[in-house]
Design a protein around this ligand. Structure first.
Ligand code: PEP
Ligand code: MN
Length: 299
């Protein structure tokens, strides 16, 4: 029997596709997330120095990224690790936008910081550790900025949809869902990339869905493969960590791509993005289905 997703996710009706709402397009400067253009967001885990950020932003723009990421407020596993530059980091991000034209996405960790972060950022990122921090979600919703909502590392798809519903309920329709890996019994990689969540969310929700292969993998050599898989699963974009010198990175160096690796990843995405274009023209067939049809034609 076919699953009735509206019944299954009855608690979160507004995030589900309907006759009225087939696809949400989230406007960010001159871009739309969730539309025909595949949007790559990239940048360092943390904003470290003016030089690090500007060198990265300039490179990323020339390599096809559309949005610059970088943490000014960092949720670190250790209380003794670098916690981010705060306001000084936000100011560096704003200067990078001014110089490159790239839109800015950055994490906000506290309700109290929402107005300040919203002043400098184009998109507010809610991190995995805060996905169920409803007070923060409400404050982010009321900021009027689009919200990039990361899936909690221990959240089910239903939990994830509940958090998105709360933001919509608070009057903000511009939510981007981000699959960033979940905790399972597997320990070789940092998290388990739940590609099925992307496939399902694209099927049932009108909200844009993107993938963060960096936090999912935890190792830079696995990131490009997960990025390609994300496109095949129907992702609308990527969030990727890039650093001029990952060995010297103040946070998440193991999973950060250097500039060459980022360029190679982008080139390797090209055939998948061509298939994505075909998929968009084929009444919503998923990219993986187009791949299958192509493969059948070839034999
Ligand atoms: C980040 O994007 O740097 C980050 C901390 O992500 P997450 O919340 O997914 O761990
Ligand atoms: Mn990180």
């Amino acid at each position: 029997m076919r699953q009735n997703w509206h019944e299954r996710f009855a608690e979160t009706p507004d995030v589900l596709k309907s006759a009225k709402r087939k696809q949400t397009l989230v406007p960010v400067l001159d871009l739309e997330i969730g539309g025909d253009e595949f949007i790559t967001m990239a940048g360092p885990c943390s904003v470290e120095t003016e030089f690090q950020l500007m060198a990265t932003a300039n490179h990323l723009r020339s390599a096809g990224a559309r949005i610059l990421r970088g943490g000014a407020f960092k949720p670190r596993s250790s209380p003794y690790a670098f916690q981010g530059h705060g306001l000084a980091g936000l100011k560096m991000l704003a200067r990078a936008r001014q110089e490159t034209g790239l839109a800015i996405v950055t994490e906000v960790m506290s309700e109290a910081d929402v107005p300040m972060v919203a002043e400098y950022a184009d998109i507010l990122q809610i991190g995995t550790r805060n996905m169920e921090n409803y007070a923060l979600l409400e404050a982010a919703a009321h900021s009027g900025r689009p919200v990039l909502l990361k899936r909690g590392m221990m959240a089910t798809i239903e939990d994830f949809l509940r958090s998105a519903q709360l933001i919509l309920d608070n009057g903000n329709p511009n939510v981007v869902l981000c699959e960033r890996g979940i905790r399972t019994f597997e320990t070789a990689l940092r998290n388990t990339f739940d590609v099925a969540a992307i496939a399902l969310l694209k099927q049932i929700s009108h909200l844009p869905v993107i993938a963060d292969p960096s936090h999912a993998a935890g190792h830079s050599d696995v990131v490009p493969a997960l990025a390609r898989i994300a496109v095949a699963a129907g992702s609308d974009g990527l969030l990727v960590e890039v650093h001029p010198n990952p060995d010297k990175s103040w946070s998440d160096g193991d999973q950060s791509l250097d500039f060459d690796a980022f360029d190679n990843m982008m080139t390797s995405l090209d055939p998948y993005l061509e298939l994505r274009k075909l998929a968009l023209r084929s009444q919503g067939l998923p990219v993986c289905e187009i791949l299958r049809l192509r493969a059948m034609e070839a034999v």
